[in-house]
Design a protein around this ligand. Structure first.
Ligand SMILES: Nc1ncnc2c1ncn2[C@@H]1O[C@H](COP(=O)(O)OP(=O)(O)O)[C@@H](O)[C@H]1O
Ligand SMILES: [Mg+2]
Length: 226
């Protein structure tokens, strides 16, 4: 029987028939800037610790550890107690040209802390610094293999330029992950509505709807229109 990792993200688990991610799978959350990818990734780690006592590591390639803590704090997800008791670890990965997505220092952290959940936010800077697309994909593949060996469930984020939900253009990396979640915005007369859609999730059926996403001072929640 396959194990399930409940994301704990408000409104998300019920969109999957198995009510969560499949354990040891890799999920890419892809979308435009400001869609809510970092916040969703943070909630995956926060609720994992808070609701399920599952250790998680949040690896940021874009924001400093301090910035991530601040973001969590203003969204009512204080991380301090979980960082103190070791359930949550936040790390900044420095992307140098030719650098690995999971350098030894981070990999050693994963090996010693044995988290259930790992976030990599985001893979895009590695793409920008890679010699070419082939180099980027090889790095991505080696990262995904390593994550798989460590038996953790990975949520990675990545930027996508076009998230017009009627004509999505897929990148090569979209095919390398077990799951793909798209986040973006849709115009609703005079304003925009954030939306999320599950494109694929190996091992479980899932909703085929566009789900509105709400971000407030209490974080992000996924809505289902009945
Ligand atoms: N306290 C808040 N209340 C409402 N919306 C917020 C709050 N904090 C951030 N946001 C929204 O979240 C967006 C950033 O989300 P983020 O997860 O960083 O996006 P992404 O990682 O997809 O670029 C901001 O552009 C802002 O609109
Ligand atoms: Mg982000």
């Amino acid at each position: 029987m396959v194990g399930i990792i409940k994301t704990g993200i408000p409104g998300l688990d019920t969109v999957f028939e198995k009510k969560g991610f499949i354990s040891n799978s890799s999920v890419l959350v892809s979308g435009e800037p400001g869609a809510g990818k970092t916040i969703l990734a943070l909630e995956f780690i926060y609720y994992g610790a808070k609701e399920y006592k599952e250790p998680g590591i949040f690896v940021s390639s874009e924001q400093s550890v301090e910035k991530i803590r601040e973001l969590a704090f203003v969204l009512n997800m204080p991380l301090e107690q979980y960082e103190k008791n070791g359930l949550i670890t936040i790390k900044k990965v420095n992307i140098a040209k030719g650098g690995e997505m999971l350098p030894d220092q981070i990999l050693n952290e994963i090996k010693s802390k044995k988290p259930k959940r790992v976030v990599l936010d985001s893979i895009t800077p590695f793409e920008l610094l890679a010699a070419d697309q082939r180099d980027f994909r090889l790095k991505l593949l080696s990262m995904l293999e390593e994550i798989n060996r460590q038996g953790v469930t990975l949520l990675a984020t990545g930027e996508k330029k076009l998230t017009d939900f009627d004509r999505i253009s897929f990148n090569a990396e979209d095919f390398l992950f077990d799951g793909l979640i798209l986040m973006g915005r849709q115009r609703k007369t005079v304003n925009y509505q954030r939306v999320l859609s599950i494109i694929k999730m190996r091992g479980t059926k899932h909703s085929e709807e566009l789900h509105p996403v709400e971000i407030t001072e209490n974080g992000l929640r996924v809505l289902t229109i009945k």
